[in-house]
Design a protein around this ligand. Structure first.
Ligand SMILES: [Zn+2]
Length: 154
């Protein structure tokens, strides 16, 4: 387990397409542990995607600090989106900036857990926002691409 360096915008790795995970062996397990450690070390983040530590794999972790604990998503696919909500987002790769982004009110996501077992999850409110935000990272998309109005500097 280790804390990795978070890549900051405008590093080009944040704009690349991450690759599907096919191997759930030790390297992937270490990467997932490191993502969790790095997220917790950040202090104020609730999600971290693998490209944000410079590794182009389709993995992100979310910790809403609720009873669910850390959620790990490998090879996620958002299979349905319903409704609309807007909220203020920030990103560990774009420290100090905030902006209003419109996202679906609910999403259904299919993914694999860290052992490779498939699962499906329906999410709403902040968890839905976070899943969309992190999933965008896997496709090289940043929240700043979607901000409505001004990007605000904290
Ligand atoms: Zn982000």
């Amino acid at each position: 387990m280790a804390i990795r360096k978070i890549v900051l915008d405008p590093d080009p790795v944040l704009r690349k397409q991450a690759r599907e995970v096919t191997d759930f062996g030790p390297r992937t397990q270490t990467l997932i542990d490191d993502l969790i450690d790095t997220l917790h070390h950040s202090g104020n983040g609730i999600g971290l995607a693998s490209p944000q530590v410079g590794v182009l794999r389709r993995i992100f972790v979310i910790d809403m600090q609720d009873e669910a604990g850390v959620r790990v998503f490998v090879n996620p696919r958002i299979i349905s989106r319903k409704g609309q909500q807007s909220s203020t987002e920030g990103c560990l790769s774009i420290p100090g900036y905030w902006g209003e982004v419109e996202r679906p009110a609910t999403v259904k996501v299919q993914a694999q857990d860290r052992q490779g077992h498939p699962f499906e999850l329906e999410a709403e409110e902040l968890l839905a926002v976070c899943i969309c935000h992190e999933n965008d990272h896997l496709d090289g998309v940043l929240f700043t691409d979607k901000v409505i109005g001004e990007l605000v500097k904290a």
